[in-house]
Design a protein around this ligand. Structure first.
Ligand code: GCV
Length: 690
């Protein structure tokens, strides 16, 4: 009997020891090789660097590694100079970033040559859309790691501290140096003292890792919590209120990063409510944080009251304000002119605002790309965006170069990513969603990196050869795991575009949670530019939004040769075809298909691609531990349902207008349009519990 109990305990503990919930992200512990660290200076940040090296060294045994804080003109900001056995930097943070880079190269087998690595952007910031009650707007991985409701809402527990430290470490390991702690749809309570005390507690944990905290500020706070009659940015009482608030915040958090603001957008009050401009509003807050070195990130995601094409609104609002923002304001612009769709052309504001600091905002959380259910590696989308040529200062004026200070003398540079992190054990819900957090950091550090290299690194760091008990040769692992999984990641965003919004279609998702199709959704009293029919414009003649010179003329917001290229249906790239053109169903595509057939083929291709991902994942089972294999397998089967629903819903819905048969050589829809529409509004999002 005793033996049986001992055996049972052994089985249970060994299972427990092997349990792999994904919490360790890309930072898995290694059996370290002994190493000596030489560093004359000391600080909390440097201690972290030393600890990381001691815990993770994979270089020569008993090597001596020199960490030196020495000024060097070739090293910018928190950049560093690397050799096999030394890291030199201007700042302590530079040493920490160099440490992570050195360890990463050792672990991924990348050659370590003498090299200077400087960050592309000064501010590499996560935007958390976390609410003070712990819920997360567009969050799909559990509740907030920062906020909760209940009796212990303001108690800082040991568990909180451990989690915040792990979070800070993950960010620092990829170079992220800022965190906006709350939703842009901000609660005014965020600026109350009891909350600011918690902000201080978070900042104290994040600081040694170089992650500054920021707050999303509600523009109407002086009225809502300050008791003032107005929040007019030019009112002296309002100016004083913000100055006093900034003073209070900096007394708690001396290195507070500053404010992020969503104003005059989706119901948020802003300067326009007082007859003032976005520049007046941004400058008010910028002046309040200026004495302490803070910045204001002012969002360009705005809605105008006119009926102007939605895609044109931000440009029309902000371009006339170029040069009017104070120099500690950065205007934060979403990658595309609409709203984080699976594919958009870049926002025409990039490169066009030449006298204003501009920072791109991308969405890491997968609001329109399958939540944390669908496997979609977003780096390829961001790479496409960053490499887009705006032509604003001649050929080669890419979005990356227009925003990182290479072309315009921006006082500040930055890039923001809407975070996908929550309390789920693996942080991001889907194991592969971790790769998007990782990729954001890597691209923010180096906006020229290729998505393929980033995927390669992430796979090697996340699934090492020891992630199963079986002994697998390196060649086997590379051929049958690394290459297969990398290809799946590289294809995954295009697959999502294919099965949801191909050929430039956009904003045709289900209104219920933005997961699945909803091209039919158009309640009578809803703002037209919130409804899918406004965006796809399908009718008996054809489909697509006409943004040519003959119609909304959004093409004119782009610099030549783009304006003419997008305007002419013969030169407009297929990927943006229905973004810029309304075309007949039997329009002849470059590949010889009719437009209608090509739409059907794209949806079907997307569906088939997800089936392929499922097959790939089944094949790699021997290379992955049980838990993480299961996490992905479960979600891939949901993704297939989603792709099928998109295929059936969109093809059948558009067929009502095209009145044409679905090509016979592809899979025919399995659902009925009526049922799909009826289920749509009733359909809870699969993660409704969040
Ligand atoms: C935080 C979209 C999202 C909103 C989000 C908004 C924004 O509209 O659906 O949830 O609000 O963008 O970026 O402000």
């Amino acid at each position: 009997m005793k033996i049986k109990i001992v055996l049972l305990i052994l089985v249970l503990t060994s299972h427990y020891l092997q349990a792999e919930d994904g919490h360790d992200l890309w930072l898995r512990s290694k059996s370290p090789v002994p190493v000596n660290i030489v560093c004359k200076a000391s600080s909390q940040t440097l201690s972290i660097a030393k600890k990381e090296l001691l815990q993770g060294w994979q270089g020569f045994e008993n090597a001596t590694v020199l960490l030196s804080l020495k000024k060097d003109k070739t090293i910018k900001n928190d950049g560093f100079k690397l050799t096999e056995n030394s890291i030199q930097a201007n700042t302590e943070l530079g040493i920490l970033y160099g440490t992570y880079e050195l360890l990463r190269r050792q672990q991924t087998g990348e050659v370590i040559k003498d090299e200077v690595c400087n960050p592309s952007y000064e501010n590499r910031v996560l935007n958390h859309w976390d609410n003070l009650d712990g819920s997360i707007e567009r969050g799909y991985a559990g509740h907030s790691i920062f906020w909760r409701k209940g009796d212990d809402a303001f108690v800082v527990t040991e568990k909180d501290k451990v989690l915040w430290q792990e979070y800070a470490r993950a960010n620092a390991s990829v170079g992220i140096n800022g965190s906006v702690l709350n939703n842009v749809n901000s609660s005014p309570n965020m600026l109350k003292t009891e909350i600011l005390n918690r902000v201080k507690a978070i900042a104290d944990i994040l600081r040694p890792y170089g992650v500054k905290v920021y707050i999303s500020a509600k523009f109407s706070s002086p009225t809502v919590i300050g008791g003032l009659k107005s929040s007019d940015p030019l009112n002296p009482e309002v100016i004083k209120w913000w100055q006093d608030k900034a003073k209070e915040i900096y007394s708690l958090v001396p290195d507070f990063g500053g404010f992020l603001v969503k104003a005059n957008s989706e119901g948020q009050v802003g300067p326009q409510d007082y007859g003032r401009t976005h520049a007046d509003g941004a400058n008010l807050l910028a002046d309040a944080v200026r004495p302490y070195g803070g910045i204001v990130m002012w969002r360009a995601f705005v809605y105008s009251t006119s009926n102007e094409d939605r895609a044109k609104q931000a440009y029309k609002e902000f371009l006339p304000l170029d040069g009017k923002f104070h120099d500690n304001v950065i205007v934060q612009v979403k990658n595309g002119p609409i709203d984080f769709q699976p594919r958009e052309p870049f926002s025409p504001l990039f490169g066009a605002m030449k006298k204003t600091s501009i920072m791109p905002e991308v969405q890491i959380t997968q609001e329109y790309l399958g939540h944390s259910i669908d496997l979609v590696y977003l780096s390829t989308m961001w790479e496409e965006f960053l490499k887009s040529d705006t032509y604003q200062e001649g050929k080669g004026s890419t979005v990356a170069r227009c925003t990182d200070g290479s072309i315009y003398p921006q006082k500040h540079t930055g890039i923001a990513g809407v975070a996908n992190v929550g309390l789920d054990a693996n942080w991001c819900g889907h194991l592969f969603a971790q790769s998007n957090w990782y990729a954001f950091g890597r691209l923010a550090w180096n906006n020229q990196m290729s998505s393929e290299k980033i995927a390669d690194e992430w796979i090697k760091l996340t699934f090492n050869q020891t992630s199963t008990s079986k002994s697998i040769s390196s060649k086997d692992w590379t051929e049958n795991f690394l290459k297969q999984v990398k290809q799946m990641m590289m294809d995954s965003r295009e697959a999502a575009v294919n099965y949801s919004m191909p050929l430039g279609l956009h904003h045709i998702m289900s209104a219920n949670g933005h997961y699945g199709p909803g091209p039919w959704w158009a309640p009578a009293r809803m703002r037209k530019d919130w409804t899918p029919p406004y965006f796809h414009q399908a009718d008996s003649l054809g489909v697509g939004f006409d943004r040519t010179k003959a119609s909304s003329n959004a093409v004119s917001q782009y610099h030549e040769p783009l304006a003419s290229m997008f305007n002419d249906v013969n030169t407009c790239p297929d990927i943006y075809l229905l973004w810029f053109h309304h075309l007949p169903w039997d329009y002849k595509m470059k590949n010889g298909h009719t437009l209608w057939d090509d739409i059907c083929y794209h949806y079907n291709t997307g569906l088939r691609q997800v089936h392929q991902f499922q097959q790939i994942w089944e094949k790699v089972q021997p290379y992955v531990d049980v838990e993480r294999f299961g996490n992905v397998k479960e979600r891939l089967s949901m993704q297939i349902n989603n792709a099928q629903l998109w295929n059936d819903g969109c093809v059948l819905y558009f067929q009502k207008f095209s009145k044409k048969p679905i090509p016979a050589d592809i899979d025919q829809p399995v659902g009925k349009l009526e049922d799909i529409i009826n289920n749509d509004l009733k359909r809870p999002t699969p993660w409704a519990k969040h």
